[in-house]
Design a protein around this ligand. Sequence first.
Ligand code: ADP
Length: 460
Amino acid sequence: MFKKILVACRGEIAMRVIRCCQEMGIETVQAYSEADRGSLPVQFATENVCIGPPAASGSYLNIPAVIAAAKAYHCQAIHPGYGFLSENADFAEACRENGIVMIGPSAEVIRRMGDKQSARMLMKKNDVPVVPGSDGILKNVQEAEQIAEKIGYPVLLKATAGGGGRGMRIAAEASELEKAYEEAQAEALAAFGNGDLYLEKLIVSPRHIEVQILGDSQGHLLTLGERDCSIQRRNQKLIEEAPAMILNKHQRAALYKAAFRAGKAVNYTSVGTVEFVLSPDGSFYFIEMNTRIQVEHTVTEMVTGIDLCREQIRVAAGLPVSFRQSDVVIRGHAIECRVNAENPAKNFQPSPGTVRFLHFPAGFGVRCESAMYNGCTISPYYDSLIAKIIVCAPTRLQAIRKMRMALEEMTVEGPDTNINFLYLIMFDQNYLLGNFDTLFLSRDTGKLLNWDSRSQRRKR
Ligand code: ADP
């Protein structure tokens, strides 16, 4: 097992890794940017090292600086968390060249899956259902038109280098295609330096369902249940839950089989997620694979009792997965809410600043993952996720009740947060009924915000 790991991420996931390492008897070195000097992970890690300026391009995304820090502090491995360098194949390669283990899959697997169009083709070859669409990168808008005509509108143009919902545009009909093509391409070029696009049929009213997988270098590959991540805002997940109540026994079994084939196709050797869209007609299609630990891994942990962070570190060190597929049993229902420092009433504008007072919910079946403390500063330089509240209860409705209580109890004074917005979703009848798709928030945000401002007025 590793003696010392460099933690090359920040915020709640850095704390998650540090806590896990402490339990495993592994020392940690927190790599931090100048903006994070006073952050909780810096205080909790065994050692810490500044790797650059606040802007991520100079620090958390700076491959030479991260590698140099790992070497200077004699770390055998680097944990990249999620975001930043976690799905960067060049980084994984640089680690290998320097004799350091990147905690994740190999550079080759990251590269194959990171290019979404080639991942799509690989899946198709391995009998994993993919959304009907183009069989390669689109040469031009004319080719897009021909394919769209064949599969039928509406269609979705996607950047092969895409991520975080960027580089994606819908064309509802032929007249919209050219504009969608140009916009998607421009956005992808600006965000990823790669404007290559492919095309998929738009699945109308889909659920986002994903399967957690875990593999090791001995050839074991396991599936650890699914998550429903359909509550999204602008293709960014906000609320996730496990299991997905919409699936019946047969769909679930078929989904696990497809996820298993996806993992086997690349001999997957870490924690990973195979993402699908589920159509209202019950068919599901692969959309992409994430080759890292995900924000929402916690809901899977709550219903399986398996520590995914620990398994991820173990398999990276060459150990086998510590249990068998038959040991994986899903118990109860877990929900995660992402608390962001943002103002829903101001179009979700980020709200950095100092946290003057902080109180986390607690109690049976309530879990909080955060790097906040009383008096800490929320930096404007990074993602606005400041805490994850996770609850687990025997049934979904009980979990929802628990989440309401947890959100009611949580107090963050200083920055604006989306806590009230999340709270209102926990009372939405369609959410309660499980009657939602990925467009739930884009339809209902206005309604929820109105409720919120009414309740604020009453309070005053
Ligand atoms: P990214 O890597 O940018 O997150 P994804 O391919 O994972 O992009 O898609 C993000 C979200 O967009 C999905 O969660 C889903 O809600 C939606 N989506 C993706 N592909 C389709 C599709 N073919 N039809 C309908 N919705 C889709």
